[in-house]
Design a protein around this ligand. Structure first.
Ligand SMILES: Cc1cc2nc3c(=O)[nH]c(=O)nc-3n(C[C@H](O)[C@H](O)[C@H](O)COP(=O)(O)O)c2cc1C
Length: 230
């Protein structure tokens, strides 16, 4: 009996030391992220999110804020992957996302402006596809920190999704895409708060130049941008 009791105590002790070891490893991953190597301009296969990581939702609310000073250090693959998943990733087998969307139309395209080029996010299969090679961070905003930050997200609405009869997007569709984008950017804010990253949502960008560089016609509109980094 005594032996059994001792064995149970040892098992409990081993379990908790493994758990705290795992937590320590997770903390290290967040505290010492390995910057991505961006020498090549290739498809970036993003990694699955660690849905057990991060702070509690209430702590994330507590820490959410806008920052306007960023290190130039590239993000780690883990952070880049989880930022995009939080912004517009798929979280269910039916293809629905981490954000709500009016009529589940998901009219947004998310572009990631990195130091070596512009990539488009494909939620399925969770990857970044190269679109334009080169440092185009100058087009991603109107404030100096944008030009050196490791990541600027660009949210562009595809109005083809609404089957509009008129040429210009109407007030209602503008309202829908803006609300959708607001959910995306708030998810990124909360993820950043949870991981100790910095970010700021921004209304300003050189939107016409960006759209023409990306080869997007008048059915596409720039909605909002968000700078993220350390
Ligand atoms: C729609 C929208 C557009 C914004 N545009 C900018 C911007 O272009 N540049 C900027 O530095 N901050 C921008 N912000 C961030 C606000 O300035 C910021 O949220 C506000 O000062 C409150 O600070 P907080 O986010 O730290 O609570 C924007 C925020 C929103 C919601």
């Amino acid at each position: 009996m005594k032996k059994l009791f001792l064995l149970a105590i040892m098992m409990v002790f081993t379990f908790f030391s493994c758990q705290s070891g795992q937590n320590l490893k997770n903390m290290e991953k967040t505290k010492n992220p390995v910057p991505m190597d961006l020498k090549n301009f290739d498809t970036i296969q993003l990694i699955a999110p660690d849905t057990m990581g991060g702070k509690s939702l209430m702590q994330a609310f507590q820490h959410r804020k806008s920052d306007r000073e960023f290190k130039q250090t590239p993000l780690s693959l883990k952070h880049l992957s989880e930022i995009l998943w939080a912004a517009y990733g798929i979280n269910r087998p039916d293809g629905k996302r981490t954000v709500p969307s009016a009529m589940a139309l998901y009219p947004l395209q998310v572009y990631a402006v990195l130091s070596n080029g512009i990539y488009r996010y494909e939620p399925q299969p969770h990857r970044l596809v190269p679109v334009v090679k080169g440092d185009y961070r100058k087009l991603a905003g109107l404030q100096d920190f944008v030009y050196t930050a490791p990541l600027n997200l660009i949210f562009i609405a595809d109005f083809n999704k609404y089957n509009l009869t008129q040429k210009e997007p109407d007030v209602n569709s503008m309202r829908m895409v803006s609300l959708d984008a607001g959910h995306c950017t708030q998810n990124v804010y909360l993820y950043c708060a949870s991981e100790g990253l910095k970010c700021v949502v921004r209304a300003g960008a050189k939107s016409d130049e960006l759209l023409s560089l990306l080869g997007l016609d008048s059915h596409y509109r720039f909605i909002v941008a968000q700078t993220v980094g350390y």
